[in-house]
Design a protein around this ligand. Structure first.
Ligand SMILES: Cc1cc2nc3c(=O)[nH]c(=O)nc-3n(C[C@H](O)[C@H](O)[C@H](O)COP(=O)(O)O)c2cc1C
Length: 155
């Protein structure tokens, strides 16, 4: 299985999480490619594989700057993504109560709208919880992979 991790980040925390997930998931049988979202557009979803969106939240519930072009391109071009399966590991901070984890939520919503199928629940990391996101990412991605394998096996 091929997994593509797409990273939206401002200060590198999501990238750290993606690195941990790549290390955990890439075992020879499952191959992982991690791409920063900078410079990507919606054509990235024509790659083969399953997608893992790993993104934080900025501004007032916005996607990070490096994720903006990809997010806007999805909304503008609206490609048919019914062949896509994806998961979302979102980062945010509950101090921003009104917009908590909206970066991941925005990607989740547009991907679903375009016909893609989410595997597992959208994770919402809370920076104010004191729990290290990279540790949670490690556990979360293993559960996600197990669900992904079940769904792929089920067809
Ligand atoms: C200026 C600023 C705005 C933020 N806005 C939000 C927000 O609206 N909602 C939220 O859940 N988190 C918000 N956050 C928290 C970040 O998403 C969180 O700290 C995250 O772990 C940062 O990850 P990164 O280093 O990958 O960008 C904000 C953080 C900063 C510094």
């Amino acid at each position: 299985m091929q997994i593509v991790i797409l990273v939206g980040t401002m200060t590198g925390t999501a990238q750290l999480c993606a690195q941990e997930m790549e290390l955990a998931l890439d075992d020879g049988e499952t191959r992982v490619t991690t791409l920063m979202m900078d410079g990507l557009d919606s054509s990235v979803f024509s790659r083969e594989g399953m997608f893992l969106i790993c993104t934080s939240t900025y501004g007032q519930g916005d996607v990070p700057d490096n994720a903006r072009a990809l997010y806007e391109d999805l909304k503008a071009k609206r490609p048919d993504l019914s062949h896509v399966r994806y998961g979302v590991f979102g980062l945010g901070d509950r101090t921003y109560a009104e917009t908590f984890n909206f970066g991941g939520k925005r990607f989740d919503e547009i991907l679903t709208e375009l016909g893609a199928r989410r595997v597992g629940e959208r994770h919402m990391h809370d920076a104010s919880s004191g729990v290290l996101p990279e540790e949670t990412a490690l556990e979360w991605c293993q559960e996600w992979l197990a669900k992904l394998r079940e769904q792929v096996a089920a067809g």
